[in-house]
Design a protein. Structure first.
Length: 308
C-alpha cells in the first residue's frame, strides 16, 4: 500500500503474520525449485567410448608386463640365485671381472673387446662341450678345441704370451721373432709352412717326415747343409732346377734300390732306353746311354771339360 506521502509502514504484527504465511507455503510446496530435464541431456562423468576402450587396453598391457616381470624375476631367482647375500653363481667386480663360482651351462658367449678367459691360480679351468667343439672366435681368429684335435686359424698370425712375465713364448711373426718352438715341444705338425730357414741345434738331428708327398721349394734357391744328409722315401725323388744342381761332398747311392735287369735281356729295346749315371772329378753328374755289358762312361762329348 502506498500513499501520496510514500509507502505505508507495516506494523510488527503484520510483518510477523506475513512471514509465517510465506514459510508455511514454502514448507508445504515440495516442488519448489524443481525443473524436469531429460536424463540423456545431462553431463555424464567417467570414460566412455574410445577413451574407455583405450583405458582397457592400457590396463591389459600393464597386466601383461606385470606377468612378464614376474616370470623374469622367478627365472633370475631360480637360475642366477640372487638373494639377500648377493648372487650364489657369479660375482661382479669393479674392474669388469665376471667370476663364476659354480658349474655353469651356457651356449654362445659374446665377450667384449680384448676380453680374457681364465681360471684360478691353483685350479684347472674345465670347459666341456656336449658333443660339440668348443670355439673361441674374435674376428678372423678362431680357436677350436675338438675331441681329437685343437686347431687355431688366423689371417693375422698368432702369439702366445706369458700373462705374468709378458714374455713371448711362441709367435708366428717372423719379422720380429724367429720361429722358435716352445720348450718341451719336439714335433711341429703342419700342412704347409713358409719360412726362410729351418734349423736344429748342433747336438740334435733335423727330421722332416711326411705321410704323402713332400715339396720343398725356394724362390731364391734351396740350400741343405749338415754333417750328414739322408733322404729316405718310398717312391721317387725328383730334383728340379732352372740352371744346375750341385751335390758338393760325398754322394752315396745304394744300388740295391736301383732298378736292375736280367743278364740275358737285350739292351736295345724299342720301348725304353737305359742310361748310366757318371760323375766328373768336380762332382758334375752326367748320363751315358748303355749299349752293351760292362760299358764305361766314355762318350763322344766330354762334359768334364773346362767349360763345364
Amino acid at each position: 500500500q502506498q500513499s501520496s506521502n510514500g509507502p505505508v509502514k507495516k506494523s510488527m504484527r503484520e510483518k510477523a503474520v506475513e512471514r509465517r504465511n510465506v514459510n508455511k507455503e514454502h514448507n508445504s510446496n515440495f516442488k519448489a525449485g524443481y525443473i524436469p530435464i531429460d536424463e540423456d541431456r545431462l553431463h555424464k562423468t567417467g570414460l566412455r567410448g574410445r577413451k574407455g576402450n583405450l583405458a582397457i587396453c592400457v590396463i591389459v598391457l600393464l597386466f601383461i608386463l606385470a606377468v612378464i616381470n614376474l616370470i623374469i624375476t622367478l627365472v633370475i631367482w631360480a637360475v642366477i640365485r640372487i638373494g639377500p647375500n648377493g648372487c650364489d653363481s657369479m660375482e661382479f667386480h669393479e674392474s669388469g671381472l665376471l667370476r663364476f663360482k659354480q658349474v655353469s651351462d651356457m651356449g654362445v658367449i659374446h665377450p667384449l673387446y680384448k676380453s680374457t678367459v681364465g681360471g684360478r691360480r691353483n685350479e684347472d679351468l674345465v670347459i666341456t662341450g656336449n658333443n660339440q667343439p668348443i670355439v673361441f672366435q674374435q674376428g678372423t681368429t678362431k680357436l677350436s678345441v675338438e675331441k681329437d684335435k685343437t686347431s687355431i686359424t688366423s689371417d693375422i698370425g698368432m702369439e702366445f704370451v706369458d700373462p705374468r712375465t709378458q714374455n713371448t713364448l711362441f709367435s708366428t711373426d717372423y719379422e720380429t721373432h724367429e720361429f722358435h718352438l716352445p720348450n718341451g715341444v719336439k714335433i711341429l705338425n703342419v700342412q704347409k709352412a713358409s719360412t726362410e730357414r729351418i734349423t736344429s741345434n748342433a747336438t740334435s738331428d733335423l727330421n722332416i717326415k711326411v705321410d704323402g708327398r713332400a715339396i720343398v721349394r725356394g724362390n731364391e734357391g734351396v740350400f741343405i747343409t749338415g754333417k750328414t744328409i739322408e733322404f729316405r722315401m718310398g717312391g721317387n725323388m725328383e730334383l728340379k732346377a732352372e740352371n744346375s744342381i750341385i751335390l758338393n761332398g760325398t754322394v752315396m747311392v745304394s744300388p740295391s734300390r736301383l732298378p736292375s735287369s736280367s743278364y740275358g735281356e737285350q739292351f736295345s729295346n724299342g720301348n725304353w732306353l737305359r742310361f748310366k749315371l757318371c760323375m766328373c772329378a768336380d762332382g758334375t753328374l752326367f748320363k751315358v746311354q748303355v749299349t752293351g755289358h760292362n760299358m764305361g762312361c766314355q762318350t763322344s762329348v766330354n762334359p768334364c771339360g773346362a767349360t763345364h
